[in-house]
Design a protein. Structure first.
Ligand code: HMG
Ligand code: MG
Length: 302
């Protein structure tokens, strides 16, 4: 066991968390969530996506949200850019990092971004080149790294292939994503090992949806490999519009509670984080999807 002493969490709540919401969430609410997350000590926030508004209407206000954020020094703001059109639209918003998102399964690639894996890499290449020329960091997400809603189990070889292709076009960091939350610790470790064949320990992260309640266990399994970067979602919000039935990412609150309990530093103030999750949950008129948040809010009420 080589547990890290410090972990970096990227809160993807404003993007992954809200992209699947059916009701309109005004830009000012999204901005309010980002502000509360940075106040709670998050230093990386995935804010929005520059994708087709026909495909993901909730992200149509990407530029407005980015423009409304009072940037806090030391915080990095990332956005999703699936193609050159998205990248060019994102540039005036001055993202610190862009995310290209591919998949380890062909069927999911087609459903999510309307092209094959090979075509997606061709589309990403000029985006990556453009970003790196401008000094913008580039992350790649590898969706369906353990299971696909259309193809079922996904072999680690598929993850290895996408990691290799992403490495070849200059993607600097890859996130191993269990899009539908079907992974269990050994499977997720195998997918992570596949990515680690092309990326170093400092260049990988875990992105685990919690559909089957495995995401905290999967996070711990990756911590035991020395992985120290994870995407999590405030109040456990989220899901992908092209992965029906998949629920949100593991709640940031639950991961922070676990890490702090293990003596691992995150730089995050759990109480303020609970407030951030409560803020967005109140807007959405449902309780936060986080056990730690529920427990702490009950304690406060008592
Ligand atoms: P397409 O239809 O193949 O694109 O979509 P196209 O190039 O043929 O263009 C068709 C139309 O879309 C045109 O407009 C383009 O201008 C427009 P029209 O002439 O019909 O009016 N268009 C765009 N508009 C705005 N921004 C753009 C853009 N590109 C084209 N960037 C595309 C391809 C990728 C755009 C589309 O499939 C799409 O937007 N997909 C959305 C995918 C998405 O956002 N999924 C959710 C995020 S990924 C995720 O959640 C997984 C992750 O969390 C990890 C995990 O958990 O697995 C990251
Ligand atoms: Mg996701």
């Amino acid at each position: 066991m080589q547990l890290p002493i410090r972990v970096k969490l990227v809160d993807v709540g404003p993007r992954d968390g809200l992209q699947n919401e059916k009701g309109h969430v005004p830009a000012e609410v999204k901005i309010g969530l980002v502000h509360r997350l940075q106040e709670a000590g998050l230093t990386e926030i995935e804010v929005t996506s520059f994708v087709s508004p026909k495909w993901v209407p909730q992200m149509a206000d990407a530029a407005e949200v980015m423009a409304g954020i009072h940037r806090k020094p030391g915080v990095r703001y990332s956005v999703l850019t699936p193609n050159l059109k998205g990248f060019e639209a994102a540039l005036p918003s001055r993202p610190d990092e862009i995310v290209v998102f591919g998949a380890a399964s062909e069927a999911f690639s087609r459903k999510n971004i309307n092209c094959s894996i090979a075509e997606s890499i061709e589309r990403f290449a000029p985006v990556v080149e453009g970003a790196r020329a401008k000094g913008i960091a580039v992350r790649g997400a590898i969706s369906t790294a353990v299971g696909c809603p259309y193809e079922g189990d996904v072999a680690p070889d598929r993850v290895e292939l996408v990691a290799r292709l992403m490495k070849e076009i200059g993607v600097q960091h890859v996130g191993v994503a269990d899009t539908i939350g079907v992974g269990t610790p050994r499977k997720v470790q195998a997918a992570m090992e596949a990515a680690l064949r092309h990326y170093g320990l400092d260049e990988v992260s875990g992105h685990f949806h919690d559909t089957y309640g495995q995401a905290l266990g999967n996070t711990l399994a990756c911590l035991e490999m020395g992985v120290w970067q994870f995407d999590t979602s405030s109040a456990g919000l989220g899901g992908c519009p092209y992965a029906k039935g998949a629920t949100g990412n593991v709640a940031t609150e639950d991961v922070v509670y676990m890490l702090h309990g293990m003596g691992i530093d995150t730089g995050i103030d759990l109480d303020k984080l609970i407030d951030a999750g409560k803020f967005i949950s109140d807007f959405l008129q449902r309780p936060p999807n986080s056990r730690a948040s529920t427990a702490i809010l009950n304690k406060r009420a008592g």
